[in-house]
Design a protein. Sequence first.
Length: 277
Amino acid sequence: MGPGPVVMGVLNVTPDSFSDGGRFADRAAAVAHGVDLHRQGADLIDVGGESTRPGADRVDAETETARVLPVIRELAAAGVPLSVDTTRAAVAAAALEAGAAVVNDVSGGLADPVMTKVVAGAGCPYVIMHWRGHSRRMAELARYGDVVAEVRTELRARVEEALAAGIAADRIVLDPGLGFAKTAAHNWALTQRVDELLALGFPVMVGASRKDYLGRLLAAPDSTPRPFAGREAATVATSVLAVAAGVWGVRVHDVRGTVDALAVWRASGRPRLAPPR
């Protein structure tokens, strides 16, 4: 993988994603938004056709494919660099053929055992996220003794399977899966101890954008979580701190704010956070 920090812009072409469901379900709106995110400075536009918010129902592969392929084809034709956000090997293969260059698999290959073979055959970068089960079961699966140690061990197992399938080590990116079978306390522990994940020796991608734990951090006096639209500053702060801690990339909805903040970080001499002791 190339040097970071990489900004991955979120493009959900779904009716039910947690913060922007339905806004870009129309093909023309999705393409326009993808082009705009790229112009704002996103290095990759991550196109997803199935919501993975907690509690979400699955859609079939045909529906997911029908949502993402027309958008990927048009954005690729416009010269926009793309990743596909999917857990299905068939969707990934079709998206790569349509012009995507990266596979972002929130299941890290667990949801579809054919996924690693598809990625290996394509020779493309592969984002392996920590995952314990589909959206319906997330809450019950958020059980850890030491969340950082367990996430690290489980990610290492996914890496070993990817390598065994023929995926080159320099094609692998890891994602701790903030919010996926994680409580707020788990998310904060993972961000505070991200150096332990970096020690696995692979680039790390962090996706905190607009997530519930930020809304709860910024809750009103009556404990009502901050709405999605009010979480952007916290997202930017979390993303810049992650980059300063050494992560390779961040996945965000608000590309411009993140790109601007990273410009300040660069102009300040790319200061790094020391790992906790």
